[in-house]
Structures are given as C-alpha cells and as structure tokens.
Ligand binder design. Structure first.
Ligand SMILES: Nc1ncnc2c1ncn2[C@@H]1O[C@H](COP(=O)(O)OP(=O)(O)OP(=O)(O)O)[C@@H](O)[C@H]1O
Ligand SMILES: [Mg+2]
Length: 226
C-alpha cells in the first residue's frame, strides 16, 4: 500500500555551530507532501532551503521535530539506515551536475542501479533506456566534457530518477546554466512529474517550473511564510 504522504514533517529544527555562534537554519518546519506533487520552494539566500532538502534526502539529520520520508522515519534511523534510505528512496539533482568525468553518460546513470545492488551490464542497459526516454539517445556514450551544461544536467536528472525513487530533490538545478538551457531542464522536471507521476521538491526561482507546481512555498529565516 502506498503511504499517504511521501513527506511528513513536523517542527523540524536544524542549527549549525559556527565558532561560538549558533545559526538556526530551520526553526520549526511543518510539511506534508502527497505522492505526485511538484512542490517548488523559493525564498531569500540563507533562508534554509538547502538545509531542508538535505534533511528530506537523508544527507543530514534534524536536531528536533519528526520526519518521515517514503515511510522511513529519518529522525531515529541509524547512519546505515540513512545510507540505505538514500539509495532506495530518493534522487538528488544539484546545481553542479556532479557527474563522474571518466565515465560516459550511460555509465554515470548506471551507477544508480549498481548502488542498489544490480549487476553492471543490466544496470547499463537500463541506463540507456532511461537516457533514450529523456531524449538523450545520442549522448549515451559521451563523457561529461563532451556535452553541454544542459545535457550534463539532463544526464544528472536521468541518474537521479533511473532507479525510480519515491522522491526527487532538486536544489537550484539550473543555477549553473544559461537561460535557454534552464527552460529545457525545467520542462524535463515538469514532464517527469506529469508523465511519470514523480514526486518532486525543487528549490528554484525559475517561473517556468513554478507555473507547473502543485504548491509554491517560501522559506525565509528558517520558516515557511505567507
Ligand atoms: N554547514 C553549515 N555550517 C554552518 N552554517 C551553515 C551551514 N550550512 C548552512 N549554514 C547556514 O544556515 C543558514 C541556511 O543556509 P541554507 O544553505 O539552508 O540556505 P539557502 O536557503 O539554501 O540559501 P541559498 O539560496 O543561498 O542557497 C544560512 O545562514 C547558512 O549560512
Ligand atoms: Mg541553497
């Protein structure tokens, strides 16, 4: 049975220690996300957007509150459970594509399957399929240096969704590409949401994606506002 919520968060707090000072990045965040939603998070620099995404993706743990993602309680899980959670349940897209330069596009995408314990040849075959579906058929054997920024980011998105995660997290995925490329990347995210029902949380100020969002949230000074 599918869980009612992909994300269920109550009173999330996260503070970082910087020297003697404590920075409260999240000051009590409540968030419920249903399957198939496309949630866009905006807000000023330093507002806590990346901090929140890191918690949702199990890259970091909250100091307070409760958080369940894809049915996994991330408040109480061990480091090993968090690692497994990331492999099984979430895909990440970052501002910088983080592709491996010595591997071609198909191999980069195949890593998502290998991380889940699949053999290399089946992983590579599935990766080619995903790349074809995402319109990157002609780029499967290109290395990152042989692709444009937009193509690299689309490969990074293919890698993030290859293993069909319950939640795709994108933190300013077009922060490092030009305006024309931004449109293509945003359209791809919107298509994944619409056609595959992929649940997505994206941090972006881009109006293209915002227009497809099921919800627009503003995070400022560690809280949702408005
Ligand atoms: N690892 C860290 N150590 C100390 N302080 C941090 C750390 N990461 C973030 N912060 C601080 O926490 C606050 C929230 O940062 P966060 O990166 O979540 O904001 P953001 O909304 O993603 O900003 P931006 O739009 O600039 O990416 C900021 O004051 C930031 O300086
Ligand atoms: Mg950020």
């Amino acid at each position: 049975m599918a869980p009612a919520h992909v994300v269920h968060a109550r009173g999330l707090t996260r503070a970082y220690r910087r020297g003697a000072r404590e920075v409260e990045a999240l000051r009590g965040v409540d968030l419920d996300i249903s399957p198939g939603e496309l949630v866009v998070i905006m807000g000023p620099s330093g507002g806590g957007k990346s901090s929140l995404l890191n918690l949702l993706g199990g890259l970091d743990r909250p100091d307070g509150g409760t958080l369940t993602v894809a049915g996994v309680n991330l408040t109480t899980s061990s480091q090993g459970e968090l690692d497994a959670f990331r492999r099984q349940h979430v895909g990440f897209v970052f501002q910088f594509f983080n592709l491996i330069g010595t591997l071609d596009a198909a191999e980069n995408v195949a890593l998502a399957h290998v991380a889940r314990g699949e053999g290399w040849s089946s992983a590579r075959a599935q990766a080619r399929e995903t790349l074809e579906e995402l319109g990157l058929k002609d780029r499967v054997d290109h290395r990152p240096a042989e692709m444009s920024g937009g193509e690299q980011q689309r490969v990074a998105i293919a890698r993030a969704v290859a293993a069909r995660p319950d939640l795709l997290l994108a933190d300013e995925p077009t922060g490092d590409v030009d305006a024309a490329t931004t449109g293509a990347i945003m359209e791809l995210l919107a298509t994944l949401n619409r056609d595959r029902g992929m649940t997505i949380v994206a941090v972006t100020h881009d109006p293209t994606l915002a227009q497809y969002a099921s919800r627009l949230l503003t995070l400022s000074d560690g809280r949702f506002v408005g």
